[in-house]
Design a protein around this ligand. Structure first.
Ligand SMILES: [Zn+2]
Length: 398
């Protein structure tokens, strides 16, 4: 039997000199001909993306791909940094890998677990093929017992601090849910305790239908803290009685507090609130899904669907993509360098079809609206590796 070298020598096919620096032979993957959209670098043009060794190596037109290990035809598609979902709930019933088919390469679990049950969630994060970080719920049980802060002693600062110290690599912040059905009349005390635990890390607070008015809550926040469910309906929404955005909300944004969508299923988004806020120019900093296992088939579906809602509402595509890439990455220090297609950086990439037609989108009370475009993921790359997702799985998920 001929060795590979002898075979090649016999056929004269290939010389053994190392490939020249510009040869495509060294690339693991070339994504050809897509509309490359990277808001972090103000890139929006048709180009190829070359990936090697887990990193983006080049973005330019006409990269020679003949010698690449794999070529992905992205003509007519949109090529973005891998999406970052800042608010999800993963676990045994919704493994992080499930979200890969939506183009989600990084995510933050928003308070599924507290000090008593964090270990299991850390194991989920460790086993995931995509990047998972956790906002530790200040309540000991997380959301496992809804109404987790009705007894304020569940917000055990010492227990939460111990959990954080033990899992410093995985816990990226602290989550606190403040709605009255979760925290009763002690929302402010729960938030104070969450802030105490977090120290320099961000607190993500779930607002909407709180006991206290939103301005009282915002007073307690540091720059970098994240308000999720910003378009929650009253009581105590971000709007005043005349349906204008409260000045305290704008002031909080000005001093560095971030405002996140957190679509979810109940009590978090209604069209009239979104309409009033965006009419006043108050668009989100980040778009997150608040996806759960039941949310896969009810009102949420997936992150690209939530982004498509904001396209319907009039957000430009590049701004909407920024909300799920570079803006989202800026909230988590472990995501430093993600949310961009910067050459030399980690190759997390998503490829989307922007389907045209009539698509129905719902808010949290099932009010229907029709949009003209819908983003659907068609390929995803994590750390330079293309993820294969079967068509059957991807179509049953949406
Ligand atoms: Zn949530």
């Amino acid at each position: 039997m001929l060795t590979r070298r002898a075979f090649l020598a016999a056929t004269g096919a290939i010389a053994f000199a190392p490939a020249s620096p510009l040869s495509a032979a060294r690339y693991d993957l070339v994504i050809k001909g897509g509309r490359v959209l990277d808001p972090s670098r103000h890139v929006d043009r048709v180009a190829d993306v070359a990936i090697e060794g887990g990193r983006i190596r080049a973005i330019q037109p006409n990269i020679a791909s003949a010698g690449a290990a794999e070529v992905l035809d992205a003509r007519g598609r949109i090529v973005t940094p891998g999406l970052i979902d800042l608010h999800v709930h993963v676990g045994a019933d919704l493994p992080p890998a499930t979200l890969l088919r939506d183009g989600v390469t990084s995510m933050v679990d928003g308070g599924s677990a507290g000090a008593d049950n964090i270990d299991a969630l850390v194991r989920v994060a460790q086993a995931a093929p995509n990047r998972v970080r956790i906002f530790l719920n200040v309540a000991r049980t997380g959301v496992a017992t809804p109404g987790e802060l009705l007894n304020i002693e569940a917000a055990d600062v010492d227990a939460a601090r111990r959990a954080l110290a033990q899992h410093r690599e995985w816990i990226a912040g602290v989550k606190v849910r403040l709605s009255q059905n979760v925290a009763g009349d002690h929302d402010l005390e729960a938030l104070r305790r969450a802030r105490q635990v977090a120290g320099p890390l961000p607190v993500m607070l779930h607002v909407g239908q709180t006991y206290s008015p939103l301005p009282k809550i915002l007073e307690l926040l540091n720059p970098g803290d994240i308000v999720t469910h910003i378009y929650s309906p009253p009581p105590h929404s971000l709007l005043d009685a005349a349906d204008h955005v409260l000045p305290e909300v704008r002031a909080a944004r000005k001093r560095g507090v971030r405002f996140d969508v957190g679509n979810g299923r109940n009590g978090h988004v209604t069209w009239p609130v979104v309409d009033a806020a965006t009419r006043d120019g108050f668009w989100p900093d980040t778009i997150s899904s608040d996806i759960t296992a039941p949310g896969r088939t009810f009102r949420v579906f997936d992150l690209p669907t939530v982004v498509s809602k904001f396209l319907m509402l009039g957000m430009p595509l590049d701004e909407a993509i920024a909300c799920v890439t570079s803006h989202a990455a800026a909230n988590v220090s472990a995501f430093n360098g993600l949310g961009t297609l910067r050459p030399g950086g980690p190759a997390d990439v998503a490829v989307f079809e922007l389907r045209e037609g009539d698509f129905e989108f719902v808010d949290n009370v099932d009010a229907k609206r029709t949009g003209r475009g819908k983003l659907v993921a068609s390929a995803v790359v994590v750390n330079g590796k293309r993820v294969k997702f079967s068509d059957s799985i991807s179509s049953s998920a949406r």
